[in-house]
Design a protein around this ligand. Structure first.
Ligand SMILES: Cc1cc2nc3c(=O)[nH]c(=O)nc-3n(C[C@H](O)[C@H](O)[C@H](O)COP(=O)(O)O)c2cc1C
Length: 382
């Protein structure tokens, strides 16, 4: 029977499935529900010291469905970080840790470019007993207007400095959550790890315009007739998340070509996960934990037991006993395009030789066909 438990940055999780920051971790009530259903850890909705600046609109979601099945495959949101007062969050962090002392609660935090604010939020969350931090450098809408979220995550120097402030104040593990809205995701990740973070989480949502209503000619989601680009998530983003996690893991853990730059740091994968098989793919690319946000909004908290069963079945099939047995296994199969071309040429040459009955390895010589095989290897017959 597969052991799904994970030990990461000194935290012990019963399974690698983590509630990703967003509505599924937005207050003590729903966080409790996640723990009751068996989620490995919860990352709360992103909190900040001054929630009065956070004003949400409604509607703030738009969905993309598959033509035939009507299944939801893409989800756009223009939701901001938590609009709940920080002192309420402090009470709730304490309540949750009192009720679930052995479960992992990670505070997602975001502040402006101000050292005192970052140090204060770190110290106040820590005092409530949370187990780790995720730094939201990745929210694509609303907050960048205040140079927060993705705006900070796209500025490598700023990001490294903030990570240094946080790492200086934090006594618990710190993960930096990356924005995918950047050309080279490894650059900010490297800066965050140089700045002292223990791990990287990726990805947040992808900047998007969901569509235009062809009756009203207005973009969606429409608020008083207007809209803004939002963040895209759900199944449709998974291939992009897999690619970015692969790039991050290659930089951190290395490849045949180059050694890794941060072999001891952790990677938490996010983007379009709705099954144990999806999670297995991210773990095969180096992730220790796998976060789910939109999937919970579609399927509910109980999806965790199905996902654990699916991941267990995958592990049993391949005789993997622990998550570490296969973490990062598939990274070795990425190479350059030139190498693909060479491999294909070699494979074709070997196939042709086999078709022509030519001996290409000494083990292929056969006593009954020895003369025939020798003749086939002769290039001229003068
Ligand atoms: C409605 C909604 C709200 C979100 N709010 C936050 C947030 O407050 N902080 C954060 O770091 N990420 C937030 N996210 C991003 C998710 O945590 C996650 O990175 C992204 O949605 C991709 O994963 P998924 O496909 O499993 O949803 C939000 C996503 C959604 C859909």
């Amino acid at each position: 029977m597969a052991d799904l438990s994970v030990q990461v940055d000194g935290l012990r999780l019963p399974n690698p499935f983590v509630i990703g920051s967003g509505p599924p971790g937005t207050n003590a009530n729903v966080i409790g529900k996640a723990f009751d259903e068996g989620w490995g850890a919860v990352i709360c909705k992103t909190v900040s010291l001054d929630a009065s600046k956070v004003v949400n609109v409604a509607p703030r979601y738009a969905r993309m469905r598959a033509n035939q099945t009507k299944e939801v495959i893409g989800w756009q949101n223009i939701e901001l970080i938590s609009d709940r007062a920080f002192d309420v969050w402090e009470d709730e962090f304490k309540q949750i840790k009192d009720k679930y002392p052995d479960r992992v609660l990670i505070a997602s935090i975001m502040e402006e470019y101000n050292k005192d604010a970052w140090v204060e939020i770190v110290e106040r969350c820590q005092a409530c007993g949370v187990d780790g931090f995720e730094l939201n450098f990745s929210c694509p809408h609303g907050m960048p207007e205040r140079k927060m979220g993705a705006a900070m995550g796209q500025d490598v120097e700023l990001l490294e400095e903030v990570c240094q402030w946080v790492s200086g104040a934090a006594t618990i593990p710190v993960w930096a959550k990356m924005t995918p809205n950047i050309t080279h995701i490894v650059d900010p990740a490297r800066a965050a790890l140089q700045g002292g973070c223990q791990g990287i989480a990726a990805i947040n949502t992808i900047l998007s315009v969901m569509g235009i209503d062809l009756e009203t000619l207005r973009p969606e989601p429409t608020v008083e007739g207007y809209s803004v680009p939002g963040g895209y998530s759900c199944k449709a983003v998974r291939p992009i998340a897999l690619r970015m996690v692969m790039e991050l893991a290659t930089m951190m853990y290395g490849s045949d070509a180059e050694p890794g730059e941060f072999p001891d740091r952790s990677l938490s994968a996010i983007g379009g996960v709705e099954s144990g098989e999806h999670a297995a793919q991210f773990i095969l690319l180096g992730a220790s934990t796998v976060q789910v946000c939109t999937g919970v909004m579609i399927h509910g908290y109980k999806m965790i037991s199905r996902m654990c069963d699916e991941l267990s079945a995958f592990m049993d099939k391949h005789e993997f006993t622990t998550i570490e047995d296969f973490r990062g296994h598939s990274l070795q199969y990425f190479t350059t395009h030139a190498d693909l071309v060479n491999r294909q040429l070699e494979a074709k040459a070997a196939q042709k030789a086999a078709r022509d009955g030519m001996v290409t390895k000494d083990t292929a010589w056969e006593g009954d066909k020895f003369v025939e095989q020798s003749n086939k290897l002769v290039s001229n017959d003068d």
